[in-house]
Design a protein around this ligand. Structure first.
Ligand SMILES: [Zn+2]
Length: 102
């Protein structure tokens, strides 16, 4: 049985409480009171809580690091495209070479 609980996806708190209802389980953050999905099986409730936590935390780090990297890549691509359109495709060197060889 899974016993590891990820920290709260919303406030990063590790102060979590597992609620047992008649037919369902859910994880509740004691700090910000957000509650995970209610599931019949404790494992499912934990799994979905963990899944949300991982997703949101990776999205947060992604927005800080990866998105900036992707933005730079995108800027470079647009710049390359703009210069390619302005100066035409890079065939001229090859064409000159061919002409020189003839
Ligand atoms: Zn929280």
């Amino acid at each position: 049985m899974a016993s590891l609980i990820e920290p709260c996806p919303f406030c990063d708190s590790g102060h979590l409480h597992i609620s047992h209802h008649l037919l369902s389980h859910s994880v509740t953050c004691q700090t910000c009171k957000s509650t995970g999905p209610h599931r019949r099986k404790l494992e499912d409730a934990l799994q979905e809580w963990n899944h949300t936590s991982k997703l949101l935390r990776s999205a947060r780090t992604a927005s800080n690091v990866q998105v900036h990297g992707h933005l730079h890549e995108l800027e470079d691509a647009v710049r390359n495209l703009a210069s390619a359109l302005r100066y035409g495709p890079f065939k001229h060197k090859g064409a000159t070479k061919l002409e020189l060889e003839h």
